[in-house]
Design a protein around this ligand. Structure first.
Ligand code: MTE
Length: 368
């Protein structure tokens, strides 16, 4: 159950909605999710699987090893003085965003029941991962870059740091950063201080926080969060008999859009109503269009996209729609620049881990 914190977690806004305190998981309330293009750090969602490590920046070292010509160990000062500082405007979204809608179809035990708040956007600044990898020298057999975090997670009776990997072509793409700044300020503790990976366009799990080590290797990371969690199964698969080798190892985010205002269950004066939300294409694609319906999808109007076209960040949108007195199901669906659209029903994409729910977003409101 979500809890409106009486005492907000360190550095968070009083309205931050806590879904679990240890580990900390939470995000902004619906009306604040899409208020600003860049989410203030105090509202940025937090997805932790384990402890919050306390890291001494003076003794911190980032190591780069595995299939490289020259293994490196770098201080924070080395990272700032020997490499470029690049800023990227990028949205992070957890693969479990909107899991609550899947849970309403069939139970999803043991997972955080996120609403639509496991997504936020920031300007990240730091070292392009590409520069570091080129400095270390990428050997031809290196097919994946694996990241290891300094936190401690417990799974299946074992303790280890959170980790994950991305394929080498993405690791060498210019947008992937080792970020030490978020929205112009040092990275907050909850978001990975002193250094985190930011993999724009990918599920949030690949953006490893409190980064300790990068290892180039022939195979994807064997870390639990790459090899077991964050895998997508078809609707009929069940946890006890699932074939983990066959499932899709999640990478790119898929197209989604969400109505943030009005909130579900809102009572509004009949007449012209303003509707607001976010749309995110994922994978480096851009939002082409957001359609809004006030009659459950029978008819649609086009929302106005705010800001400028973006490649790695969400697009906020707004629409005005006339509501007669009575109950209305507001619906949002987006279309991206590859003409992808969202699935109409969450039931068609249900999966027992509750990932990647990008069905049309529906909000029931009452006008009167
Ligand atoms: N990195 C570490 N070390 N530990 C974690 O638990 N959670 C991942 C990722 N990086 C995680 C991590 C997941 S699942 C997501 S969605 C993002 O961090 C969330 O980033 P945020 O908490 O800064 O929003």
């Amino acid at each position: 159950m979500a809890e409106h914190s009486t005492e907000p977690p360190d550095g968070k806004h009083p309205a931050f909605v806590v879904r679990s305190r240890a580990p900390l998981n939470g995000g902004p309330p619906p009306e604040l999710i899409a208020r600003a293009e860049h989410t203030p750090a105090e509202l940025f969602y937090v997805r932790n699987h384990g402890s919050l490590p306390s890291i001494d920046p003076a003794s911190y070292r980032l190591t780069i090893g595995g299939l490289v010509e020259r293994p490196l160990a770098l201080t924070l000062a080395d990272l700032r003085s020997q490499f470029s500082r690049v800023a990227v405007d990028a949205t992070l979204q957890c693969a479990g965003n909107r899991r609550d809608e899947l849970q309403a179809i069939r139970p999803i035990p043991g997972e955080v029941l996120w609403g639509a708040e496991a997504i936020s956007s920031a300007v990240w600044a730091g070292v392009p991962l590409r520069e570091l990898l080129l400095a270390a020298g990428v050997l031809p057999a290196a097919a994946h870059a694996a990241f290891a975090g300094l936190d401690e997670v417990e799974r299946q009776g074992q303790r280890f740091g959170f980790g994950g990997s991305i394929a080498i072509d993405k690791a060498l793409a210019p947008e992937v950063l080792l970020a030490y700044e978020m929205n112009g300020a040092p990275l907050p503790a909850a978001h990975g201080f002193p250094l985190r990976v930011v993999v724009p366009g990918y599920i949030g799990a690949r953006s490893v926080k409190w980064l300790a080590a990068i290892t180039l290797q022939a195979a994807p990371s064997s870390n639990y969060f790459q090899a077991r969690a964050y895998k997508l199964f078809p609707p009929a698969a069940e946890a006890h008999s699932a074939d983990w080798q066959q499932a899709l190892m999640l990478g790119e985010s898929s197209l989604t859009s969400v109505i943030c205002q009005p909130a579900a269950g809102a009572r509004l004066p009949a007449g012209l109503v303003s509707i607001e939300g976010y749309a995110y294409a994922g994978g480096g694609r851009s939002i082409a269009r957001v359609d809004i319906s006030a009659d459950g999808g029978a008819s649609w109007v086009q929302a106005e996209l705010r800001g400028q076209p973006t490649r790695w960040a969400w697009r906020l949108w707004q629409a005005q729609i006339e509501l007669a007195p009575g109950a209305h199901t507001l619906v949002a669906r987006a279309c991206d620049t590859a003409a992808n659209t969202q699935p109409e029903s969450a039931a068609s994409i249900w999966n027992f881990k509750g990932y990647m729910n990008n069905a049309w977003h529906r909000v029931l409101v009452h006008a009167g």
